[in-house]
Structure formats: structure tokens, C-alpha cells
Ligand binder design. Structure first.
Ligand SMILES: Nc1nc2c(ncn2[C@@H]2O[C@H](COP(=O)(O)OP(=O)(O)O)[C@@H](O)[C@H]2O)c(=O)[nH]1
Ligand SMILES: [Mg+2]
Length: 197
């Protein structure tokens, strides 16, 4: 979190993290589309051994005195980076962990979660996190309530953690998930991240 007193801006960094193909890009695009800024999201792919994808976009909200600048990134963990912190995670203020809720992706989700644990160490539990249980449309009702990924999370150790069901391709739950993280970051702040802007 960076306070810039000169131009009265508070800058906050949010990262969408999770395994490849879980729906991070779709979620960010969907989030930005609420603010009619879908086209401002930059997706960068660079090849370093294997292909890495990043998305980046900025959402800015003007308050009476201060404005809030949200830098939004996505990152996919890479095994060979597990011991070093990828640049996208530097100075992160809050995480949205995007899970592919289909049972066959459980291991991918857990591996990606463990990467974060390795990267941050004990700092991990201080970072506000909202878990986006994505691709809920592909689950049967039974699976939905019995999410094995959640049983793997040590909820009690975290300062701020929660989860939401999402269907990113339909935009369902995406704004809610984001709002939840904003509430963790700014419990005092009443910013209205509503759909009609
Ligand atoms: N059925 C379904 N497909 C989704 C959902 N979210 C994303 N996808 C699809 O999953 C694939 C990977 O999504 P993408 O956002 O590129 O994943 P990323 O690698 O995490 O950025 C794409 O084909 C998306 O259309 C969802 O909620 N439900
Ligand atoms: Mg992507």
C-alpha cells in the first residue's frame, strides 16, 4: 500500500493467483467490464522456459480528498520459481485465489496454494485472501457443498480469509469476491463498488 501525499492517492496492489486455466483472466476481464474498462486490461505473455501469462489493469476511484488506485494483476505459479518471489507478488496487499472447483483439479489448486505458502512463509497468513471457487457451473449440487479444497485450508491461521462461489464466464460472484477483499483491506472505508457507475 503506497500513500502518495503529493497527489493524494492511495495505491493498492491486488493479485489474482491460482493454477493455470482456473479463470483468472476471465475474472479480471469480468471485473473490469463492470467499470466499462474491459479493454484497458493488458495481457502479457512472455516465454521463460514455459509460457507465463500475466494480466494487468488499473481501477481508479475518486474520493472527496483522496483517490484510490487499484493495481490488479494475475499470476500463475511456476514450480521453478517456488523459492523466489515472482515480481507480480512483490508488495501485494490482497490476494484473490482462483480455484478450478472441479474435483479433478484439486491437486493443481493445492499445488498452487502451496506455492504461495512457500513464497510468503509466515507472512502468508497476514495477507487478506478471498478464495474464488470458480467454474461452479461445472459442478453437480453435491460437489458444491463438499469442496475438498476448502477442507485443505487452515482458516484459523489467517487474519482475513473467506471464500465465494463464482462463475467467471458469466460474471457471477466476481464483483462480490472483489468487494469482499476491498472490505478486508479497508474495513472503515465506504466505497461503493456498485455495478451502475
Ligand atoms: N465453465 C466455465 N469455464 C470458465 C469459467 N471461468 C473461466 N472459464 C474458462 O476456463 C478457461 C481458462 O480461463 P482463463 O481465464 O483463461 O484462465 P487463467 O489461466 O486462470 O487466466 C477459458 O476457456 C475460460 O473460458 C467458469 O466459471 N466456468
Ligand atoms: Mg490467464
Amino acid at each position: 500500500m503506497i500513500f502518495n501525499y503529493e497527489n493524494k492517492t492511495l495505491q493498492v496492489k491486488v493479485v489474482y493467483y491460482g493454477p493455470a486455466m482456473s479463470g483468472k483472466t476471465t475474472s479480471i476481464k469480468s471485473l473490469f467490464s463492470y467499470f466499462k474498462k474491459e479493454h484497458s486490461v493488458k495481457s502479457i505473455d512472455s516465454s521463460v522456459g514455459r509460457t507465463l501469462f500475466f494480466d494487468f489493469g488499473v481501477l481508479q476511484f475518486k474520493g472527496i480528498e483522496w483517490s484510490l488506485k487499484l493495481l490488479i494483476y494475475s499470476a500463475t505459479g511456476q514450480d521453478f520459481y517456488a523459492s523466489t518471489r515472482p515480481a507480480t507478488l512483490n508488495g501485494v496487499d490482497g490476494l484473490i485465489f482462483v480455484v478450478d472447483s472441479q474435483i479433478e483439479y484439486l491437486e493443481h489448486n493445492i499445488r498452487s496454494w502451496n506455492e504461495l505458502k512457500t513464497i510468503f512463509g509466515s507472512e502468508f497468513y497476514k495477507i487478506p485472501i478471498v478464495i474464488s471457487l470458480n467454474k461452479c457451473d461445472l459442478l453437480s449440487i453435491n460437489n458444491l457443498e463438499n469442496n475438498s479444497f476448502l477442507s485443505y485450508i487452515d482458516f484459523n491461521r489467517f487474519k482475513h480469509i473467506s471464500f465465494k462461489k463464482t462463475i467467471a464466464i458469466e460474471g457471477k460472484g466476481v464483483l462480490d469476491t472483489f468487494n469482499e477483499l476491498i472490505k478486508f483491506l479497508f474495513p472503515q472505508l465506504k466505497i461503493n463498488l456498485s455495478i451502475n457507475n
